[in-house]
Design a protein around this ligand. Sequence first.
Ligand SMILES: *[C@@H]1O[C@H](CO)[C@@H](O)[C@H](O)[C@H]1NC(C)=O
Length: 498
Amino acid sequence: MMMRRLTCTRALLTHFRFIATEVTSSLLTNPSPITPVDQAHLIQVCTILYQQHNSPDLRLHSSLSSCNLRINSEFFLQVCNTFPYSWRPVYRFFLYTKTLPQFSHNSVTYNKMVDIIGKSRNIQLLWEILQEMGSCSLVNDKTFRIALRTLASARELKKCVDLFHVMNGYGFRYNLETLNNVVESLCKDKLVDEAKFMVFKLTEWIKPSGVTYRWLIWGFCNVGELIEASKIWNMMVDEGFKPDIEAVERLMETLFKINKYDEAMKVFQMMRVKRMDDLGLSTYRLVIKWMCKRGKIEVGNMVLDEMRQRGIQPDNLTLGSMIYGHLVRGRVNEAYRVVEGIQNPDISVYHGLMKGLLRLRKTCEATEVFRQMIKSGCEPIMHTYIMLLQGHLGKRGRKGQDPSVNFDTIFVGGLVKAGKTVEATKYVERTMKGGMEVPQFDYNKFLHYYSNEEGTVMFEEVGKKLREVGLFDLADIFERYGQKMATRDRRRSRAVEP
Ligand SMILES: *[C@@H]1O[C@H](CO)[C@@H](O)[C@H](O)[C@H]1NC(C)=O
């Protein structure tokens, strides 16, 4: 008998997921001493709950009672963590704990259970428990967030609205802050339609604020529904709220991203006409970035002039965009003139310059910028290397003449060595079959495979070979990577060790 119970317990151990994070953090933050949860007890209880989840209450309760539990909130939370997606064992344990005179539930334990009931989509039970929490005054903002996430994703729209009414009935009064809190979390979960429905059905009781509208605009932009976003926008303006600058920028950025440049510029224009005082560096930077990306350097210049006239100095990122913008249009001299005007350029300036030069296929010159930036004390980052390698070798990786240093040897061979034979075969197959699209080579992954001691050695060797055949640019790039980047993480972690 004893034997059987033991094996069974061990088998169950692997079934249960003991997630202790919540408990540990409350242990750390709660000043009152908490008796740590007895793991053997926990396993025993969870085993009973698991095995007897269909037994009648009487039998289950008597089994649980035979454990002689000393239950506290932590214990309950740990049981919840063991069954994160199944309401039944948790709820049945909850019913049992209610029969214990020495223990009472609080908002934390209730919220935890509500979360699990919600995740297992038992709307009926959820609704009952919420009422119970309301009548015990244990509802808080977190309860609202958890409950509404469930109700909204189950498209229980009427209940979403009703929750506010019901809770108001229990003394948890209509509250703008709670509403905004909920709207924010719904929008972040991409439940913006549901959030909007709720807000508009509640206007009679809770008047939305600028914050409410801002989240809705953000939410619609976030899911790419611009028409809805602009409707909310207009409504907000009609109600006399000023959309804050973050909402404005979010909208503009979304418009730029989906190639609605004219629409984005209309918003910018509206801001210039109506709210010039609110326009600062961040909005100008955004417009300049996208104008330059598209090669509209004239517009970029005008915007730059305007911000300067208003006493706003462009930062490195903005100037980096301008440099790139000039280069997109082949104006190399203008680009360098901008660079020369910057006293202490940071990496974004160099990146703008390199990216533009590479686009003009001036790979030598771009590599010279790379050397220059190192000389001036600005260390390249992963993005720098990927950009340069793509520039030199093409997004798909070009074959070289000399077999000892061509793309296949370095990269495909490198992948094979890193144990990535499948990927390697894929590249080889595609390159061999002429005319077929070769997939974009993942330089990022490749460099990461070799971010270790082995990489340091390999990049040095590759560098030597490349030099022998006169490919000095590539040699410099790889060598620098091997020296500075390959063991960067290890050096970093070594630095923090005592
Ligand atoms: C660019 O960045 C560097 C380093 O952070 C800083 O010293 C310099 O003032 C910045 N330049 C501009 C134009 O913002």
